[in-house]
Every structure is written in C-alpha cells, then in structure tokens.
Design a protein around this ligand. Structure first.
Ligand code: CMX
Length: 134
C-alpha cells in the first residue's frame, strides 16, 4: 500500500460550538466547511492546517458511534485518516490479506465526498484508522 499523506484527523467533541474558541481564537484556524453526515450520525466542521485537515465530530444522536466514544471517556483524536494512492478497494484487500480487521468491507462515501473505509482499532495499534481517496 502507498500512503500519500495524512488526509485528516478526526476529533470527537460534544459540541462544535464549545470547541471552536480554542481552534479559532487560540490556534487561529478557520472553519471552511460544516457538513452533516447522516449515516454516521455526526455533524462535522473542517479546518485546514497546511495540507492536513482537522475534522471536528459532534454526535447528532445518542446512538452515534462518536457519542458512544465520548460516553466511554474518549476525548480528542478519534481517528486518523490516511490518503492512499492505489485505491481504497485495493488497500482494503491488502489489509484483509494481512489479517487486519475491516470495519468496512468496501469503500463508501464519507464527508467531503471522499471514498472511505475504516479499519478496526483492535488491529491497528488502538488507532481507529480511515483509508480514503478523492
Ligand atoms: N479509537 C480507538 N479505540 C476505539 C475507538 C476509537 N475511536 N472507538 C472505540 N474504540 C475501542 C473501544 O474502546 C473498545 O475497546 P475495549 O473493548 O478495550 O473497551 C473497542 O474499540 C470496541 O468498542 P465498542 O465501544 O465496543 O464498539 P463500538 O460499537 O463503539 O464501535 C468502532 C467501535 C470503532 C467499531 C465504531 O466506532 C466504528 O465503526 N467506527 C467507524 C465509523 C466512525 O467512526 N464514524 C464516525 C466518523 C465518521 C466521519 O468521519 O465522517
């Protein structure tokens, strides 16, 4: 597999509104887009740090996986998204062959219209890992 770069870091917050003063007023970053991802039950806000994005993730429902993560005491970086150069389908096949537990067996559409797929943190050193391509 070839990784081009980190595409974004997903950051779990209970409230984007409450989190923004740190990112905007302290770090001086700007939100360039907000988007609700219905099937993931999250509202997102995107900020750019050079080529890398930060994706703030706010749960929109009590049964959102992000709400579950927050309820269990999870904070801060929720997932790391890598941009692959050889296609998410191919990357998933390689991960599967190497015994990595797949959350998504095939790519699906995520925020920012990316093709995405998640790998389970239990087989990725505890880091919820997203593979993505434009
Ligand atoms: N990072 C690291 N570990 C995590 C984790 C995370 N973000 N979320 C859960 N885990 C761990 C849990 O702590 C738990 O570990 P223990 O068994 O040691 O307690 C284990 O994974 C299983 O967790 P769980 O709570 O029983 O399982 P969930 O039902 O919460 O599912 C996961 C976990 C990763 C499979 C689920 O969150 C998932 O499918 N994630 C992919 C989709 C997603 O995250 N969508 C939101 C973002 C969408 C977007 O970016 O647009």
């Amino acid at each position: 597999m070839k990784i081009a770069r980190i595409e974004h870091l997903g950051i779990a917050v209970q409230s984007i509104e409450d989190a923004l003063p740190f990112f905007k007023d302290v770090l001086g970053l700007e939100v360039y887009k907000t988007e609700v991802v219905e099937d993931q039950k999250v509202k997102t806000a995107f900020l750019k740090v050079g080529e890398v994005k930060l994706e703030l993730l706010e749960p929109t429902s009590p049964d959102s996986t992000v709400q579950k993560y927050l309820d269990k005491g999870g904070r801060g970086v929720h997932h790391v998204a890598f941009k692959v150069t050889d296609g998410v389908t191919e990357a998933l096949a390689e991960c599967d062959a190497k015994g990595i537990r797949l959350i998504d067996k095939a790519p699906r559409k995520g925020a920012e219209n990316l093709n995405i797929a998640f790998l389970h943190p239990k087989s990725t050193c505890g880091i919820l890992t997203e593979l993505c391509e434009e």
